[in-house]
Design a protein around this ligand. Structure first.
Ligand code: ADP
Length: 626
């Protein structure tokens, strides 16, 4: 039978996994047991909603067998099984994302990080076996099929024989090497220990035939071995155990197994609530974003159990979008088992739990921010965008819940600070919270508009994320202090005297300015100003849309043509002002050319494209050559 190739990314990944000397090979067992448990959950749930399937939950189990001589380890479940197509799609592809960064000569860390981006799952079994056979019969099909593979060079699928629904995974365990003894996966005591360590909480029995030494004759010290099927796990879900019975490591192992993460979670949040709706929850804040977090494919939600029985793998209604990165489990006896998922999501019970959980996560983050700023900053760098998005999403309805969780870069402290911290340090003469935006801190720092505000020794929040300004605009103010963009045309920082002076100049030269404005279609106004210290020109805005926001709108696929209302400001103290005045009188053609050049310069500073670079380049050279 011709072998089918793994999809190419999967193949490379598999190579990586097999050849990278990933230290913890043991985890393959928990991965396989966890898949088996999921299959049992799925079958049981189907039986609740499908009259044609009748199942007794007590019959559902996972079996482990080993054969030292044949070097075989077998894991069997009587769960939902897989059809031929499912074997193909589930076991023929690992990497669901097409954008993994493979490169030559990767370091061990890089390899582990790539593997870690989506969890190892079934493929981890290749760390310990050189041949794998999966025999499966789906609840939806009368035929059984066998999937077989020796690793990276491909797999075959053919018809098989299996009486009952479920899956049997047969691993041919590798021969021992100088570095590693694979025999441990064929040893009763070792297997028992591994199940206990990683899979104790699994809610179905994990059974194995175990040997008991029984004293036959006390005097002669004679023992007799007899075999007995034992259940290796306690079956108590980890969230039902008392907190002091569970170690940090247990929680971490549970998280890594259940949510396929190579890294420990950043935080574990447990709660047990008695009340109108009683429930237990076990939540995790991951330490890094899942590989698909910022894609359409990512699905938020918490696993929902009714007294230990899984009713929904990802109940989205339990989490607000801004906490969509949280993983975890909720178990409530007060939720009915056999109502439809749609009705369940509508239920007041779920709504109440969701509300409590939202508060609990928020409190945890607030505490982290206060007590461990370094950890919070690391969290914020990973998931802060989601919180900022939450501030302006849904017309800002959640902004008050989130305003104290967002951080921005402060020009004064040169690090991320909260709005509260900004306001507490405001100078007495300062009325507003100033911010400036651009694509990087360095670029913002170099903006002409920033100079004037920094001169007053006011702190400025430097916004570099595309969501930042939308977030600030939704907030409008913080503790009655308005947010003001330093690129706002009317900053109102000059003294009355200065204002008077500027007003007069602009009146005196109104014809000149009008003519400049007429020469540039896009600007609403051209004016002389005193706010610029050394720079000749800058672009400011009036109204709600800033230049940075316009850039975001421009990048949207369904761009609605929203534009910032821009003003070209010319530094009145710069010699270019006199030149303009002179040219206006003596050479109108030249005056127009200068106008174009100045406007283009202002656009470059603002990070905006120039439509006619060739023309502008020629104009500049002509002027230089004079
Ligand atoms: P994950 O479990 O993270 O989805 P895996 O690579 O471990 O990734 O498994 C891929 C898929 O194969 C599972 O999502 C499941 O649909 C299917 N699968 C694996 N093991 C079993 C099993 N014992 N019974 C039924 N389906 C299984």
């Amino acid at each position: 039978m011709p072998k089918k190739e793994f999809q190419s990314e999967s193949k490379r990944l598999l190579d990586l996994m097999i050849n990278s000397i990933y230290t913890n090979k043991d985890i393959f067992l928990r991965e396989l047991i966890s898949n088996a448990s999921d299959a049992l959950d799925k079958l049981y749930y189907r039986s609740l909603t499908d009259d044609k399937i009748s199942i007794n939950r007590d019959d559902l189990e996972i079996n482990i067998e080993f054969d030292k001589d044949k070097r075989l380890l077998t894991i069997t479940d009587n769960g939902c099984g897989m059809t031929k197509e499912e074997l193909e799609t589930n076991l023929g592809t690992i990497a669901k994302s097409g954008s993994l960064a493979f490169k030559e000569n990767m370091s061990q860390e890089e390899k582990t990080s790539i593997i870690g981006q989506f969890g190892v799952g079934f493929y981890s079994a290749f760390m310990v076996s050189d041949h794998i056979e999966v025999l499966s019969r789906s609840v939806d099909c009368d035929e059984a099929y066998v999937w077989e593979s020796d690793g990276a060079d491909g797999y075959t699928i053919k018809k098989g024989k299996k009486k009952d629904i479920g899956t049997t995974i047969k691993l041919s365990i590798k021969d021992n090497t100088d570095e590693f003894s694979y025999d441990k996966y064929l040893d009763e005591y070792e297997l028992k220990t591994l199940v206990k360590k990683y899979s104790d909480y699994i809610s179905f029995p994990i059974k194995m035939e175990c040997t008991h030494h029984e004293l036959k004759d006390e005097e002669k010290h004679e023992y007799e071995d007899h075999k007995e099927i034992e259940t290796l796990n306690s079956m108590v879900p980890i969230w039902k155990k008392k907190k002091d019975e569970v170690s940090d490591e247990d929680y971490e192992n549970f998280y890594m197994d259940k949510f396929s993460d190579y890294d420990k979670p950043m935080r574990v949040i447990t709660s047990s609530v008695e009340g109108k709706v009683s429930y237990k929850s076990l939540l995790f804040i991951p330490s890094h974003a899942p590989y698909d977090y910022y894609t359409q494919e990512y699905e938020k939600g918490l696993a929902l159990y009714s007294n230990g029985v899984l009713i929904m793998e990802k109940c989205a209604d339990l989490l607000p979008d801004y906490f969509s990165f949280v993983k975890g489990v909720v178990d409530s006896e007060d939720l009915p088992l056999n109502i439809s998922r749609e009705l369940l999501q509508e239920s007041n019970g779920v709504k109440l739990i969701a509300k409590n959980i939202e508060g609990k996560i928020r409190k945890e983050l607030e505490e982290m921010m206060k007590e461990n700023r370094e950890e919070y900053i690391s969290f914020f760098k990973t998931f802060g965008v989601q919180l900022k998005y939450g501030v302006y999403n849904n017309f800002g309805q959640d902004k008050d819940k989130l305003k104290d969780l967002v951080l921005f870069y402060s020009s004064k402290h040169e690090k991320l600070i909260s709005l509260k911290e900004y306001v507490e340090e405001m100078k007495e003469s300062q009325e507003a919270i100033y911010y400036a935006s651009g694509s990087s801190i360095e670029k913002i720092r170099a903006l002409p508009q920033v100079e004037q505000v920094l001169d007053k020794e006011f702190d400025i929040l430097y916004l570099t994320d595309y969501v930042d300004e939308f977030c600030i605009t939704a907030l409008q103010s913080y503790e009655d202090k308005k947010f003001v963009n330093v690129s706002d045309g009317d900053l109102d920082l000059e003294s009355d005297e200065e204002k008077e002076e500027v007003k007069k100049i602009n009146e005196d030269y109104s014809d000149l300015l009008k003519e400049m404005c007429a020469e540039i279609d896009e600007v609403k106004e051209v004016k002389f100003s005193k706010k610029l210290k050394t720079h000749p020109v800058c672009l400011t805005t009036k109204g709600d849309v800033s230049i940075e926001m316009q850039k975001v709108f421009d990048a949207m696929p369904n761009n609605m043509g929203i534009k910032a209302e821009t003003i070209l400001e010319i530094n009145e103290k710069h010699p270019i002002s006199d030149k303009l005045k002179e040219l206006y009188e003596s050479d109108k053609e030249e005056f127009k050319k200068y106008t174009k050049i100045l406007y283009s310069e202002a656009r470059i500073i603002a990070g905006l494209p120039i439509d006619n670079p060739t023309e502008i380049s020629k104009l500049i050279c002509d002027a230089l050559a004079k």
